[in-house]
Design a protein around this ligand. Structure first.
Ligand SMILES: NC(=O)c1ccc[n+]([C@@H]2O[C@H](COP(=O)([O-])OP(=O)(O)OC[C@H]3O[C@@H](n4cnc5c(N)ncnc54)[C@H](OP(=O)(O)O)[C@@H]3O)[C@@H](O)[C@H]2O)c1
Length: 245
């Protein structure tokens, strides 16, 4: 149990990569809080699964676009579990659209969740993380290789995570906190189903000609959360099936 006695908060933990991550961290011994936006029933299912593993769990409704809600989620986690050791910035929204058809409202909406929400959660968490703390953000393989047109807004939002991760690794390192980024490739979730409209092309760009599983991304997060990754910071760990090769 590499995370025995640790407390984790996973944003967007009700489905997909976030749910798999919440479960994996619990399997490794952590108590886990997770946020969600709309889907209370799915969040409650993940909480039940974590409790079955013998860990404590908490679902918190918190729209990542609402900074007050995000920092309240950090406070609620600390109030429930007595601290916070691992923040996983997973909540995110996808966007595909040509530049000419992307409105500035689209820009504000996507950046509010994918960038501002991550900044707000990390700011709130940094106030309570101690020595050995972990900040792990889910970026995207589109930062390393853009598979086709229509990705400008989404790629912009995820590329921002590279700068944020490196800068915060410098800023929080002296306190013993690591800050890392995971770049999933095409991963079979509601956001990007393996039988969806873009699936064949995305699959073909991987070395395995297959989508990744949420649990494969979760395994990378679990490694970065573990004490074994104590000297790993400012890194980008790609779990992309070779998409960037
Ligand atoms: N799937 C891929 O191929 C892929 C590839 C690279 C990177 N990623 C990134 O991986 C992360 C997870 O993606 P996914 O594919 O697992 O997505 P998903 O299947 O759409 O699940 C998204 C999760 O985030 C939550 N969420 C969405 N908007 C939110 C908001 N404004 N505030 C709080 N929670 C919110 C959802 O909550 P509700 O259930 O309440 O809606 C859900 O739990 C994202 O950052 C995504 O950009 C995904």
């Amino acid at each position: 149990m590499t995370l025995d006695g640790k407390v984790a908060l996973v944003t967007g933990g009700s489905r997909g990569i976030g749910a798999a991550t919440a479960l994996r961290l619990a399997e490794d011994g952590a108590d886990v809080a997770l946020t969600y936006q709309h889907n209370a029933a799915r969040a409650a299912e993940v909480v039940e699964q974590i409790k079955h593993l013998g860990r404590r769990a908490l679902a918190i409704q918190a729209d990542s676009a609402d900074a007050a809600a995000v920092s309240a989620a950090v406070r609620a986690t600390v109030a429930e579990f007595g601290g916070l050791d691992v923040l996983v910035n997973n909540a995110g929204v996808g966007f595909v659209g040509a530049l000419a058809e992307t409105s500035l409202e689209d820009v504000d909406r996507v950046l509010a969740v994918n960038v501002r929400g991550v900044f707000a959660a990390t700011q709130a968490a940094a106030g309570v993380l101690g020595d050995g703390g972990r900040v792990i953000t889910i970026g995207s393989c589109v930062t390393d290789r853009v598979p086709g047109p229509g990705m400008a807004l989404y790629a912009t939002s995820k590329a921002a995570m590279v700068g944020l991760t490196r800068a915060l690794a410098r800023e929080l390192g002296p306190r013993g906190i690591t800050v890392n980024l995971v770049h999933p490739g095409p991963t079979d979730t509601d956001m990007n189903p393996a039988d969806g409209p873009y699936a064949v092309d995305q699959r073909a760009l991987t070395a395995f000609d297959r989508y990744g599983r949420p649990s494969e991304v979760a395994a990378a997060v679990a490694y970065l959360a573990s004490s074994g990754a104590g000297y790993v910071t400012a890194s980008v760990l790609s779990v992309d099936g070779g998409h960037a090769a």
